[in-house]
Design a protein around this ligand. Structure first.
Ligand code: UDP
Length: 241
C-alpha cells in the first residue's frame, strides 16, 4: 500500500495519486460488503485475485478494440490506471435473470433472457444506487444521450466478448456491472474492475443452484467456500488467457 494519502477509499479499493497526474494507482482490498454495506466481511486474498482477474479481462477487452483505463499491474494487489472522470452510472448487463431483476419483475432465477438487457443505476450509495429510467438519467444530467448510446454499444460488445471467453472457461456469465470514465481527451474508457465481486458467474456444467455459484453471491448469501470460488474463477481465467 502506498504511503501517499489516498485520493479516495471505496468499499473494495483505494485510489492513490502518482507523480504523473494522468495516472492513478488502484489498491484492491480484501474487504467485502453487500446490501449497500449493511453486511461487511473479509474474503482472504480477494484483492490479489480480483486484481489479476480484472487485468486479464481488461487486456482481453482492449485487444478486441474497446479502450480501458488499465495500464499495468506493478504488484499483485495494485493496478496503474489512466485518470478518468467516472460517469456516475453503474451499467448492468444481464443475460440470465438473477438478483434484483427477479425481485423486481417476478422472473424466475435462471430464466434465459431473449436478448441481453442493459440497465443504468445511479452510482450513489446514500440513495442505494437506484435503477434509473432514461428520462430520469437525463433529468439529473448523469450522462448525455450520445454518451448513453456509446455506453450501451460498449456494454453489449463487452458482454459478447466476456460471454464467449467465460464460455471457453466453462463458466456462464449471468450478469455483471461496468463503470466507465472520461479521460482528459474526452474519450470514454472502461474503468473500475470486472471480477467475481461485480459479476454473477455460474459453473456451466453444474446444475445444483448453490454449488454452481462462483461469485459474490456466496458471500451475500453465506453459502461458504467463498475464497475457493474466487480462486476457481482465477484459475480458469488464467488457463484460458
Ligand atoms: N453489482 C455490482 N455492484 C453493485 C450492484 C450490483 O457489482 O453495487 C453487480 C452484481 O454483482 C451483479 C449485477 O451487478 O453481478 C446485477 O446486480 P443486481 O442488480 O441483481 O443486484 P443485487 O442482486 O446484487 O443486489
Amino acid at each position: 500500500m502506498s504511503d501517499t494519502p489516498a485520493l479516495y477509499e471505496g468499499k473494495a479499493k483505494i485510489l492513490y495519486p502518482t507523480e504523473d497526474p494522468d495516472v492513478l494507482l488502484t489498491y484492491f482490498k480484501d474487504d467485502a460488503t453487500a446490501f449497500n454495506a449493511q453486511k461487511k466481511g473479509t474474503i482472504v486474498d480477494k484483492g490479489i485475485i480480483n486484481c489479476e482477474i480484472t487485468t486479464h479481462l481488461f487486456k482481453l477487452i482492449a485487444q478486441k478494440g474497446i479502450s480501458t483505463h488499465y495500464i499495468d499491474r506493478p504488484s499483485p494487489r495494485e493496478m496503474r490506471v489512466k485518470a478518468v472522470q467516472i460517469i456516475p452510472l453503474e451499467v448492468v448487463v444481464r443475460n440470465i435473470a438473477a438478483g434484483s431483476l427477479c425481485k423486481q419483475t417476478g422472473l424466475a432465477i435462471g430464466t434465459v433472457l431473449p436478448q441481453p438487457l442493459v440497465e443504468f443505476y445511479y452510482k450513489d450509495d446514500a440513495m442505494g444506487d437506484p435503477l434509473l429510467t432514461l428520462d430520469r438519467l437525463y433529468l439529473i444530467n448523469a450522462a448525455t444521450a450520445a454518451e448513453v448510446a456509446e455506453l450501451q454499444t460498449k456494454a453489449l460488445e463487452i458482454d459478447r466478448i466476456l460471454t464467449d471467453f467465460f464460455g471457453q472457461c466453462g463458466i456462464t456469465l449471468v450478469d455483471f456491472k461496468l463503470e466507465f470514465g472520461i479521460d482528459k481527451s474526452g474519450q470514454i474508457l472502461l474503468a473500475d474492475e470486472i471480477s467475481p465481486d461485480s459479476c454473477r458467474l455460474w459453473l456451466a456444467d453444474e446444475s445444483d443452484p448453490v454449488k454452481r455459484i462462483l461469485d459474490k453471491d456466496r458471500f451475500r448469501q453465506d453459502l461458504g467456500q467463498v475464497e475457493n470460488a474466487y480462486q476457481q474463477v482465477l484459475d480458469r481465467v488464467r488457463s484460458h488467457s
